[in-house]
Design a protein. Structure first.
Length: 201
């Protein structure tokens, strides 16, 4: 913490929105310590906690060949945050591996991603609610993108790798979970299988 009472911390997560999230967390701690005088949290502990925070599968860059950006965003709001990051980092001509559930606003999500992608590999997340890749194919083609369909996520990733350009995987927790577990086996794995009655993305 600076002498003026301000925190200085380095974020370990990607996306300009994460700075606001961190500031909100710090503010919540300050309010907590005011209403609960018995709770004391040292400034260095706050800074250390924020610096060491990671969110697997949320704008996570995997050091692979080619590099892979994983983002489990599954609605327009989270996709907008991803698009902000891609714009900030000047990402262009990415190979998109995309799969989404049929109850999501996939048209708006696709529109937000269009400026940053070139080739598209459509697939289906492991869920009975998965949207058929064929349903989305015409939307990407109308935007001038090169589109292929691979029903299985692992096949979609292999196909994307063959293009030898940076890859973006997004659209669903289920899709990102499966492919992250392939790319980083044993490393903070994401639950990739739908649970009965769950309304996940």
């Amino acid at each position: 913490m600076n002498p003026d009472g301000r925190y200085r911390f380095r974020l370990n997560v990607n996306g300009p929105h994460q700075a606001a999230n961190a500031a909100t967390a710090v503010k919540a701690l300050e309010v907590l310590t005011r209403v609960k005088p018995g709770i004391r949290i040292q400034a260095h502990a706050v800074e250390k906690g924020i610096a060491e925070t990671s969110i697997p599968g949320r704008i996570e860059v995997v050091d692979a060949r080619p590099p892979v950006i994983l983002d489990a965003g599954h609605n327009p709001e989270s996709t907008a945050a991803l698009a902000d990051y891609l714009g900030e980092q000047k990402k262009k001509n990415l190979t998109l591996v995309f799969g989404v559930l049929n109850d999501k606003n996939y048209r708006k999500m696709i529109g937000l991603l269009m400026p940053y992608i070139n080739d598209v590999i459509l697939t289906a997340p492991q869920s009975e609610r998965a949207l058929s890749p064929a349903t989305m194919k015409r939307i990407f083609q109308a935007g001038g993108k090169n589109v292929r369909v691979c029903p299985r996520p692992a096949e979609a990733l292999d196909t994307a790798r063959q293009l030898k350009k940076p890859i973006l995987v997004t659209g669903s927790f289920y899709l990102v979970g499966v492919l992250r577990n392939l790319l980083k086996p044993g490393n903070n794995q994401i639950e990739a299988n739908p649970r009965p009655g769950g309304n996940y993305g």
